[in-house]
Design a protein around this ligand. Sequence first.
Ligand SMILES: Cc1ncc(COP(=O)(O)O)c(C=O)c1O
Length: 386
Amino acid sequence: MFKNLAIRGGKPIVSNPIRRPSPIGKDEIAAGVRVLRSGVLSRAGRGREVLKFEVNFAKYCDVQYAVTTTSGTTALHTALEAIGVCRGDEVIVPALTFVSSASVILQQNARPVFADVDPDTFCLDVSDFKKKITPKTKAVIVVHLYGNPANMRDIIRIAKKHEISVVEDCAQAHGAIYNRHRVGTLGDIGCFSFYQTKNMTCGEGGMVITNKKKLYEACKSIVDHGLIDGYLQGYNYNRLGHNYHMTELQAAIGLAQLKKLNRLNNQRRRNAVLYKKLLSDTPLRFQRETHLGSSVYYGLTALLPEKFISKRDWFIEAVRAENVEINNLYPHALSRTELFRKYNSVKLPVAENVSARLFNCYTNPGITKYYIHATSRAIKKVLSNL
Ligand SMILES: Cc1ncc(COP(=O)(O)O)c(C=O)c1O
């Protein structure tokens, strides 16, 4: 059906490379201009945008407290510090995730303990999590990977029994709902990223949310140099903190994006459904939603058949040569990377296998049906030539 692959000199599916549209619309531009005109770029300069973003994000998530940060990484770092993770502690984290879900553990001089992932949902495997608990375990970082909420009911039950804090890494799952609750509100503390590619963005930025007053107060202080009670009470510090402040510009853009978050997530879902339909006659297997309708599809993740495992990287290159976009988050288990290998000597068969077979299709709001059709055709073309 398909002729020569573009990677071998054939005609590509699309003559010119197709690209995802910008996530920034007129509302975000107006918000940015408003802040620039005001001349107030930081909250300490009496800005109101950061405060409003925290209040509105907390309202949206139906949670009591929210604190902005400079990124998802610094949100996770703030959360671990607030919980009190320190040298000698162990923190359990799934092996299939972005580097900062685990690097923040090292920043606290604690030990990352990698757990395997579920073969269908690709989120933390509950039974392996249970096996990895020791008397040193202080916390677990649960990642709602690619927008799909992890099995929080069982994870929280086990964590409670062992008195382990639960940190939710929601960097890819803004607005996802699990058992009638937004992710980030199920564990002790939830962390979000507003990086360019995320379900909502302000370029760079992050947020920590919690219902626990003590954790909230700790987070407020940690992101603000360890300050006690704000500057109105004098320059007084009681802990080592950081400058993790979000700017007014970021917050204003974040507020504009928050207003559209449900719509943006619905578009991501619709795009994922269309890819699945177009690719339903292929041997690809897709990430399974933990509960039907619970994923906000940061991307659509597919697995190549086992027999093609050694060809995955070539497959991605060949599809891209057709002038369409696909990605591979994440091409290997974190536990196998140079940084983390020394903390992990055990095999994590599912994370290692899934990461070697997966690729992701972009679901970004604003991509056209043509984009999805062309990408699906390119995937099928390369699959039929593997
Ligand atoms: C699962 C996960 N955790 C944490 C982060 C870190 O967020 P940021 O890039 O905003 O630091 C990301 C972002 O890529 C992520 O995807």
